[in-house]
Design a protein around this ligand. Structure first.
Ligand code: PLP
Length: 294
């Protein structure tokens, strides 16, 4: 048994177009050995797309929605169409090859490829997930201006608002600013004053018997975790909808969470200086739904 049981699968057959495919479609490689050219556009421009999938009890949660979202992001970046069957097989190979652990994190990455070669590079990387116990217990969240309006997807699609591109340096800078403000996390606010999403998470807000989130066409990523949560709460008779909300409306709500595939449902305990109510039992049910442990 290796001390670091991460698994890496390279996927030369990621493109749907047979002319762009190399063989074999995917292969397990030594995760410690070099695999990327320094001129790969993933490295030089962050030019590509990715997904992070949670694996609970050896089962990837929401794999099909993740792969469909990867295809959507690829389309938004004018990347070649992806072969989702090959990607699903590569994920399965990575999960199967990994030592069983309660929670596994699987990253799927597709870049535009080596400069000048017009052929995407892709890989799947699986590793044991770190402990998210502190975040799942509750987050202090700083509201930060993202600097673009909710109309950006319509007026300026080249900003790629709502695509899961590899260019996450801004999102990470937001997290460092939150830390400087004594917070654990970020809620980005649009320049026209509406709550958007976290750097790696979707906003969920409870108001009475209504569960609300930011509309996707305001420039946020369509969350796969949100899909599971909306299915759960609708099944229990609650209303689930997209609605633009101001920061004040989130702060006055009956509870708010940041949702994501690996960290699951993290209740917001404080939004800037405002304390929010936390429902532990509901939070656990939301997390179970995201993890597929219904
Ligand atoms: N929004 C952004 C910007 C993200 O990066 C992520 C996930 O990393 C999410 C939302 C949550 O998406 P999901 O629930 O599919 O993990």
């Amino acid at each position: 048994m290796s001390s670091r049981p991460a698994v890496l699968v390279m996927i030369p057959g990621v493109a749907a177009d047979p002319a762009l495919k190399a063989r074999p479609a995917f292969r397990l490689v030594d995760e410690g050995a070099p695999q990327l050219r320094v001129t790969d556009l993933a490295a030089t421009r962050g030019d590509g797309v990715f997904e992070t999938v949670g694996v609970f009890d050896s089962r990837p949660a929401n794999l099909t929605p993740h792969l469909e979202r990867l295809q959507r992001s690829a389309r938004m970046l004018d990347l070649p169409a992806l072969d989702l069957d090959v990607l699903a097989q590569a994920v399965d190979a990575a999960v199967t090859a990994h030592l069983p652990v309660p929670e596994l994190l699987v990253k799927i990455v597709v870049s535009r490829g080596v400069e000048g070669q017009s052929r995407p590079t892709a890989w799947v990387f699986a590793d044991a997930a770190p402990s998210y116990a502190a975040a799942r217990a509750g987050l202090r969240v700083a509201a930060l201006d993202r600097g673009i309006p909710t109309t950006a997807p319509q007026t300026s699609p080249w900003l790629l608002a709502g695509a899961k591109s590899l260019s996450y340096a801004i999102n990470m800078a937001g997290l460092r600013e939150a830390a400087r403000r004594g917070a654990d996390e970020v809620l980005f606010i649009s320049s026209d004053g509406y709550a958007l999403e976290g750097p790696t998470s979707t906003l969920l807000v409870k108001r009475g018997n209504r569960f609300l989130t930011t509309p996707v066409d305001a420039g946020v990523l369509p969350g796969t975790s949100l899909g599971s949560v909306f299915e759960l709460v609708r099944g229990e008779g609650a209303e689930a909808a997209e609605e633009l909300m101001t920061l004040a409306q989130v702060a006055e709500s009956d509870g708010a969470w940041l949702l994501s595939s690996v960290r699951l449902a993290c209740p917001i305990t404080h939004l800037d200086d405002v304390e929010l109510p936390v429902d532990r039992a509901l939070t656990d049910r939301l997390s179970a739904a995201i993890a597929g442990r219904k």
